[in-house]
Design a protein around this ligand. Structure first.
Ligand code: PRE
Length: 117
């Protein structure tokens, strides 16, 4: 199976480079929107500001994506930096989504862990 790095076309002009980048952004943006949708789901399920940030999960994601990047012929350090920056943005978004849902009437979790009715 072709690695991602092997799909990069040789370019002679910046027009060609930017056409390649635009084509990938057309794929990336919908995926980032979809990933953001799961932050909304996470905010709803966690329903606790103190649970939004999860260091163990961040570590697990980085452990997954670094070897994936290497298998695709990429730079694992670059992908880790991108993921850490992206997750930081999604954490902010998850907090925003939880605040939005609270303003719309979502009640905080009770001490027993279930949602207050
Ligand atoms: O898996 C979670 O617990 C999430 O809320 C998602 C996510 C992410 O994948 O961006 C965001 C915040 C957490 O710190 C860890 C990971």
């Amino acid at each position: 199976m072709a690695r991602a790095i092997d799909k990069v076309k040789n370019c002679e002009t910046m027009t060609e480079v930017r056409a390649g980048v635009n084509a990938l952004d057309d794929i990336l943006v919908p995926l980032l929107v979809e990933r953001g949708g799961y932050m909304t789901q996470a905010a709803k399920v966690k329903n606790d500001e103190n649970l939004v940030y999860d260091q163990d999960r961040i570590d697990a994601i980085i452990e997954r994506v670094r070897p994936q990047a290497e298998r695709e012929g990429g730079n694992a350090d670059l992908i880790e930096r991108l993921y850490r920056a992206m997750i930081t943005c999604y954490i902010d978004y998850e907090h925003e989504e939880l605040a939005r849902m609270r303003a719309a009437g979502l009640k905080p979790r009770t001490a027993s862990g279930s949602n207050a009715s």
